[in-house]
Design a protein around this ligand. Structure first.
Ligand code: HEM
Ligand code: HEM
Length: 144
């Protein structure tokens, strides 16, 4: 169960990165192309939002069942950069990133019919992507 979840969380990361990246590229193209933001474009934003939400839920479960999660928050874990990453930096940064993605999508949803929805997705998803990339456990992923 524990390893199954870990693998799921690991593979889902490809979908999260691909979904968010495609959403950002499409949104930048729409923004700079001055196109109106339609309901179809809103749905493209779901490409980033849905994997991110799923990953978020998986991550929180993992945090409580994985030996690398809360279980490794033992004395002195802040001095070890790997346990600090898993216990604190990765979860915190990913939660912030997913909140930004949700805000970007939510704002864009209310802008269907205008051009600004693209800008909301491009900026919020773009910042989220940078935050995600900054705190992935690169030493362990993909594969090792
Ligand atoms: C955008 C969201 C997220 C992405 C892209 C992501 C990505 C990853 C990746 C690539 C790994 C390494 C997997 C491996 O070793 O192959 C990992 C591990 C882990 N993540 Fe996330 N994560 C996200 C959100 C979260 C959240 C919100 C939490 C907790 C609140 C979390 C907790 C963990 C834990 C505890 C591990 C270590 C699991 C283990 O190896 O036993 N993640 N994550
Ligand atoms: C299996 C997990 C999840 C999936 C597949 C999922 C999927 C989705 C989808 C498809 C939407 C867009 C709905 C729309 O178009 O209005 C959405 C919106 C949203 N989700 Fe999730 N979600 C998940 C978990 C969560 C969790 C655990 C939370 C909060 C703790 C959350 C908070 C939100 C919020 C606040 C929105 C609103 C965005 C808006 O204003 O439209 N989601 N989610």
């Amino acid at each position: 169960m524990d390893t199954g979840l870990q693998h799921l969380h690991s593979y889902m990361s490809y979908l999260v990165l691909a979904g968010v990246l495609i959403s950002v590229i499409v949104a930048l193209a729409g923004w700079f192309g001055n196109k109106p933001f339609t309901d179809k474009d809103r749905k493209l934003g779901l490409l980033g939002l849905i994997p991110a939400h799923l990953q978020w839920v998986l991550g929180i479960i993992l945090y409580f069942v994985s030996p690398l999660g809360i279980a490794s928050a033992t004395e002195g874990f802040m001095k070890n950069s790997i346990s600090r990453l898993y216990v604190l930096e990765h979860p915190l940064m990913m939660i912030i990133a997913v909140v930004l993605i949700t805000i970007g999508y939510s704002r864009a949803k209310r802008m269907v019919g205008t051009g600004n929805g693209f800008k909301s997705i491009a900026i919020f998803y773009g910042i989220a992507l940078i935050l995600i990339l900054s705190r992935l456990p690169w030493h362990a992923w993909p594969g090792n």
